[in-house]
Design a protein around this ligand. Structure first.
Ligand code: SAH
Length: 198
């Protein structure tokens, strides 16, 4: 998988190390274990999917984490992306709206014993106000428009990655907060499940 990620433009050593270290077979359903390292999404139940390795690596690389950051993740699902973030940031606060997937993420992450991961069950559209601001925000489900709360919970200089759009019409947006305002850069086309809630 690492060679494939490199070939697709993932060059950050810390990201490649984390992708090599975290055992993805622990996060997929038992029946998909032999396909865990395919570069595609796989079902995790409740009509949701674990994101494809390339997209996890791409989004993580975009955040440019150095190890000091407090990160908010929306849509933790299986907990795989959460684990990658936990390897690379100081603290990860992750929110999942579907109770069964919140439990799945808790179980999967529990196996690794990360002491810097905090999971919450609820609507990630609201962010995590008590713990804001965050150095980075990563969203794994697509809103049609950017929910308001995230901007105010992002630190000055911080980065936020959000797939925006619907169906096949989604683009990954990278936002950087400069002088209190979000600067938006659109990058690759993506296909995430819709952001639900509210
Ligand atoms: N990154 C995860 C999951 C991706 S699927 C993984 O790789 O396993 C996206 C997840 O976002 C799903 O688990 C879905 O339930 C969740 N989600 C959708 N809308 C949400 C919302 N408003 N708040 C929190 N989580 C949400």
């Amino acid at each position: 998988m690492i060679e494939l990620l490199k070939a697709r433009g993932i060059h950050n050593k810390r990201v490649l190390n984390a992708m090599g270290k975290v055992d993805r077979t622990r996060f997929v359903l038992p029946e998909y274990k032999n396909r865990a390292y395919e570069d595609g999404p796989l079902p995790i139940g409740e009509n949701q999917t674990i994101s494809q390795p390339y997209i996890v690596a791409y989004m993580t690389q975009e955040l440019g984490l150095t190890g000091t950051e407090k990160v908010l993740e929306v849509g933790s699902g299986s907990g795989y992306q959460t684990a990658i973030l936990a390897e690379l940031a100081k603290e990860v606060y992750a929110i999942e709206i579907i109770p069964a997937l919140y439990e799945l993420g808790k179980k999967n992450l529990g196996y690794f014993g990360y002491g810097n991961v905090f999971l919450k069950k609820g609507d990630g559209r609201n962010g995590w106000k008590d713990l804001a601001p965050f150095d980075a925000i990563l969203v794994a489900a697509a809103p049609e428009e950017l929910p308001r709360e995230w901007e105010s919970q992002l630190k000055e200089g911080g980065k936020m990655l959000v797939p925006v759009g619907s169906g096949y019409n989604q683009l990954l947006h990278t936002y950087t907060k400069k002088n209190g305002k979000l600067i938006e850069v659109k990058s690759i086309p993506v296909r995430f499940v819709p952001l639900t809630g509210r």
